[in-house]
Every structure is written in C-alpha cells, then in structure tokens.
Design a protein around this ligand. Structure first.
Ligand code: NAP
Length: 359
C-alpha cells in the first residue's frame, strides 16, 4: 500500500508513522525533512519539499512528476495549523482550508483513489478560526466528490504505554504555561513551596460538569489504521474517548502533578480579585495564555463513535481509561522533554514578564 502523507513532522504525523503497518510505503510532503524524528525518517521513502499555503502545495514540476510515478493509493492529510487565535485567522484558514483544497487538487492530479482527512471533533462548534477552518475543509472535501473518510480527533495525548509524543499542543499547551510559571516561581518567597512546587491563588476557566476528551496516540493510530483498511464510504468517524473524564478532575490532577496548588476553577473568566500587583500580574499572564483554551474547558458535546465500533466489529478496542496514574505519567514525559521548549524557563524573584514564558 502506497500512501502520500502530509504533516509527518507533527505530533499526529509522527504517531501515524510510528504505528503504520510495516508493509505500508510512505511519500511525504512537508516543509522540512529534518523535523521528522530521526527514528522515523526511515519510514519515509520519498520526501518532497512543499508548503500548503503556496500554489500547487509548493511542489516543483519535477517533484510532482516523481509523485505521479510513486502513484499513491491513499492520501493521509494530517498537516494543519493548530493555532486558535483570531490574530492568526489568515494563516489558519490558508493552511487548513485552502491547504486542504490544494491537497484535493493534487490527489486528483495524481489519480489517488482515496483521501483520508485528519480533522477535529470540535470542528462543527466553530468557536474559533481553527475549528471554522477545519469544518470548511471537511465541507470542501465532501463537495469534491472524492472518495474520502474524515477522522474527527479528540485531544491527542501521548502513547498510553510509553507516554511518547512528538509535539506539545492542546492538553499540553494549556499545562505548559503552568509548568513555566511553576518553574519560574519555585524559589519565590511568597509563591514558592518548600517541596519545589508553587501555591498560586489564581483562577482558571473550567466548568464543573463539562468533559475533556483526551485520547492516547497509540489507540488513535491503531483505530485509524483499522478504519482506513475498510472500504471508503464518505463517512465521518469520531476518534474520541467514549468515556471522557470531567475537565475539572483532569485539571485538578494535572496541576497537582505539576505541583501547582491553590488554583481555583471558575466557570467564567472572572476579573481578577487579587488586590495586590504581584498576583494581578500572574493572573494577567494566565488570562492571556489560557483564553484560547477556555472553550475546551467549559463545554463539550458527547461524540458518537457507533460507526467506528460498527466498522471495526470485533476488532474494535476501546481506549484505556484516562486515569490519574496515566495522566501523571504523560506529564512526567512532557516535563522530561521540557514541554517541547528549547530552554528551561528562567527563575524569577518577582513574577515574570509574560513574554519570557511564551518562548
Ligand atoms: N494534536 C491534537 O490534539 C489534535 C486534535 C484534533 C485534531 N488534530 C489535527 O491533527 C493534525 C495534526 O495536528 P498536530 O497536533 O500533529 O499538529 P503539529 O504538531 O503542530 O503538526 C502540524 C503538522 O502540519 C505541518 N504543517 C503546518 N503548516 C504547514 C504548511 N503550510 N505546509 C506543510 N505542512 C504544514 C507541520 O509541518 P512543520 O513541521 O513544517 O511545521 C506539521 O507537520 C491537524 O490537522 C489538527 O487539526 C490534532
């Protein structure tokens, strides 16, 4: 089976390469081969430099001809811009919506019979430019008449056994800011704790009854590979957890694991009630950094995975429970990789400048 993959250098793309059946052969389009983990580069037989935001996906005529020779039978389109903010709306739309149209055009040009599109479970909610762009891309794909499957993913976390992940968006993106704050304030006379943690009487947006749909990478990829083997019938599959935990439980345990204590969970973004400038400054950093994640902690619909179960039949296996022990191990892995940051956040004797934490 020959596959043309986009997004090979991303968190999901690495998972798709890692869990691919050994006989599957990959060509990949991407901006930089070096961004694929050295352990997985060998899985990519042909790498073509391209960019989804450019005409013709930025491919040279020569590369396009080589791709025609390769004759992929399936497209796995996993590249995307996973920014959420309004200020990035143009980049998000051009990458996710227009980029998908470019990939559909390319698939047609190559005569690839199937198109498998990695989308998000939150696409239909349209709460930010990211969700809107993914829904628009799904609609464009359906309208194209291509034989396609759309996979709407929950929030992807690392492998359930090894915790490995090659990118720290989503769940990790939210906690990365707390991790940076905690590290930077660890010795702080007021906020630092003797056990190496911090006590921050701040608040974050999180509802009492909403769930957070985390799915481990190994389950996600195995389920994906099971589904893509079946006949393509223009279906949409939720690759989501059938029993997601409450967001508030996940957050409480995750913050405790990072030794960040004293955080209150509010259902709305409240005006900071901190009367002192230091605390106000920390709350401001959090409000700015967490605003983009607030919708995911406040409301979540339930996702129907009945067609996944039906399609896989006896081969369907539910994902592991996202229990506290697994969350602890996932965060230990993220911490060991410094949440993907190149440098350790600096330690401050006063609350840090927000810009120093966002790098
Ligand atoms: N992670 C999640 O929790 C999650 C949940 C639901 C859905 N998804 C979907 O899964 C897909 C992958 O997400 P991810 O978490 O793996 O994100 P990621 O780690 O940020 O990876 C994004 C991938 O897309 C590539 N890409 C971005 N812009 C590109 C462009 N202009 N041209 C070519 N390639 C481009 C990146 O290449 P570079 O290395 O060159 O930047 C990278 O390989 C996305 O479509 C996202 O919507 C992810």
């Amino acid at each position: 089976m020959k596959v043309l993959l986009t997004g090979a250098s991303g968190a999901v793309g690495h998972g798709l390469l890692r869990y691919a059946p050994p006989q599957m052969r990959f060509a990949a389009i991407g901006r930089d081969f070096e961004r694929i983990h050295p352990d997985l580069r060998g899985r990519v037989e042909f790498f073509f430099k391209g960019d989804l935001v450019r005409d013709g996906a930025g491919l040279s005529e020569r590369d396009r001809a080589s791709l025609r020779d390769f004759k992929p039978q399936k497209i796995f389109h996993a590249a995307g811009c996973v920014k959420f903010d309004q200020k990035d709306a143009d980049e998000i739309r051009v990458t996710n919506f227009e980029g998908t149209i470019r990939m559909i055009d390319l698939a047609r040009d190559l005569g690839a019979p199937e198109f498998h599109f990695i989308s998000t479970a939150y696409a239909p909610l349209g709460r930010n430019p990211y969700e809107a762009s993914k829904l628009a891309a799904e609609q464009a794909l359906r309208a194209s008449g291509f034989a396609c499957s759309i996979y709407r993913l929950g929030i992807v976390v690392g492998d359930s056994r090894e915790q490995r992940i090659d990118g720290f968006n989503g769940y990790y993106g939210f906690l990365k800011l707390f991790d940076a704050l905690a590290r930077s304030l660890v010795g702080h006379v007021r906020f630092g704790n003797k056990d190496g943690g911090v006590r921050l009487p701040v608040h974050v947006p999180c509802s009492e009854d909403s769930t957070l749909n985390l799915v481990p990478m190994d389950w996600l990829c195995r389920t994906f590979y099971g589904l893509q083997e079946e006949a393509v019938e223009n279906e949409m599959f939720h690759l989501t957890h059938p029993a997601p935990r409450l967001a508030i439980e996940v957050m409480r345990h995750s913050l405790e694991t990072l030794r960040v204590r004293g955080v209150r969970h509010e259902t709305q973004i409240l005006k900071t009630d901190a009367s002192d400038p230091e605390l106000r400054r920390i709350q401001k950093i959090l409000d700015a950094g967490l605003r983009r994640f607030a919708p995911y902690l406040r409301e979540e619909p339930s996702f129907d995975i009945s067609n996944v179960r039906k399609k896989l039949g006896d081969r369907f296996q539910p994902p592991p429970e996202m229990g506290d022990a697994l969350l602890t191990k996932l965060l230990a892995f993220a911490s060991s990789k410094n949440f993907g940051r190149r440098s350790i956040p600096p330690t401050f004797s006063t609350p840090p400048d927000p810009h120093s934490l966002s790098r």
